[in-house]
Design a protein. Sequence first.
Length: 184
Amino acid sequence: MTPFARKILPNLIADTQGAEIAEAAAVLPLMFTILLGIFWFGQAYSIYGAITRAAVDGARAGSLPYCATCIGNYSISQYSANAVAAVQADLLASKLDPSLAQFPSPQPTFVACPGTQSNTACNSTASTNVCVQLPVLLQTGVGTGPCGVSVTFQYPFQFWLPFTSLNNQRIYISASAQAPNQTQ
């Protein structure tokens, strides 16, 4: 080793100029991806809360009589229309597009209420994709419960997380709610 190399080599090894830049170049992309992940998962959770609230309000609206003089003479299509209208109103209030709602896959299965005009398949009004099932026998923790309404749908969400497997990945967030039939 030459005398010049003996002087320069220890100085180059001990010199830390530029180390911060190299460390930042290694850490900043990871930190940026984590921050984006927090933001996008927060957005997904916000949409989950909004569509769950819409499903709860839809089930509640579908379980109430739609007119004061119609008690006992309910129309499945009218109850379904009330449930769908409530879901759409909540989605619009949450600044979500109701036309993006989709039928759940797979459809939930319920047992028909005994002695009623019941349709356990998804009922829906024209141009909506909200699954309204009524009157169905609701399940409780200890067996069967009262007759009621079930509202179920899915809403799409698309992540944007560069350099990950979730980048431009579309997922469907499901919302489901049940409410017992009300008499007013």
